[in-house]
Design a protein. Structure first.
Length: 316
């Protein structure tokens, strides 16, 4: 049985046999949605109270050490089923979804969230095997609620606005491309209201090569030893492997919190991709296009950092 078929069967079983999953996915179908137009892109706001546990997660070292890891088998509910892949990962239904179909793809072993070279290849392989899904990766300081346990996530295609917006050929004239070959390119743009690097290649090996170089350039530009601050999206489009990298400079905005005048927003890959899951109704009701743009500007890399990243990329 194909991996995609195994996952379809897993989802069906969990929806029918695990009340938490059944109830939360049913609630998601009723979730309020609101579209907000920025200058050059669309953002969808989703009122999703169950995301509070992620948005409010404490990810400092002391808090992580004090709590059991919810991605380790021994701490998961008995109802949680998995499909293993590659002898390295377990694929499971996310019981607190943002997407109509939402997966967590966790390492079988408890090891830190790091996008090591072998993980890049794993991500691209999975994207090829799951053509109806968008994989995403949250850096350990950029939205991962389990930065102590390596994991990807995946959501059904057709949900994140940016995955369609970034494919517009008009965004990628030659002067927006950092490097190109007959089989693909890597480019950078700020014309979708937040800075991003885009890799589109016919061979996943070339996509992985560009991403590995970009990772090194980002670490050199930002002085990060372990990993740059980043969120990633990855999906297969016909013969093409696609990767979007959002370089970050902050984990959470200055307005973060639950008090008066604060917002319970902890943006990660999905938010960068154009869907903001708001745990608090007041955030869902009141966020404006100007405020969303200000949040992107505050959280994403600034112009000086982008210039350094590009300079280092050309030197790798």
């Amino acid at each position: 049985m194909k991996l995609s078929e195994q996952i379809d069967a897993l989802i069906d079983r969990q929806l029918s046999q695990w009340p938490l999953v059944r109830d939360n996915y049913a609630a998601l179908e009723r979730a309020a949605l609101r579209s907000v137009s920025l200058a050059h892109s669309e953002v969808i706001l989703q009122h999703n109270p169950e995301r509070r546990r992620s948005s409010a997660a404490r990810v400092d070292a002391a808090s992580l050490a004090a709590r059991p890891c919810f991605l380790c088998r021994e701490h998961q509910p008995a109802e949680q089923e998995t499909v293993e892949w590659g002898g390295a990962y377990k694929i499971q239904v996310n019981p607190y979804p943002i997407f109509p179909a939402h997966l967590t793809i966790a390492s079988l072993t408890h090891e830190p969230q790091r996008l090591l070279p072998r993980r890049i290849d794993h991500m691209l392989q999975l994207a090829e095997l799951l053509p109806d899904w968008v994989l995403f990766y949250n850096g350990p300081r950029c939205g991962a609620s389990a930065p102590d346990h390596m994991h990807f996530q995946a959501g059904c295609k057709g949900f994140l606005p940016l995955c369609d917006e970034v494919l517009d050929p008009a965004l990628w004239p030659d002067d927006e491309r950092l490097e190109a070959t007959g089989g693909g390119f890597i480019g950078m743009t700020q014309r979708l209201d937040r800075p991003l690097f885009f890799i589109r290649c016919e061979r996943r090996e070339l996509a992985g090569y560009y991403l590995a170089r970009l990772q090194l350039a980002m670490m050199q530009a930002c002085g990060n030893v372990d990993e740059p601050m980043q969120n990633l999206l990855c999906w297969q489009d016909g013969d093409y492997s696609n990767i979007v990298v959002f370089p970050r400079r902050k984990h959470r905005p200055d307005c973060y919190g639950e008090g008066e005048g604060q917002r319970l927003l902890s943006p990660a890959s999905v938010d960068m991709g154009g869907v903001w899951a708001c745990a608090m109704r007041r955030d869902y009701d009141t966020l404006t296009a100007l405020q969303l743009q200000a949040l992107y500007d505050e959280l994403c890399a600034d112009n000086a950092t982008l210039v350094r990243i590009i300079d280092h990329f050309y030197q790798t």
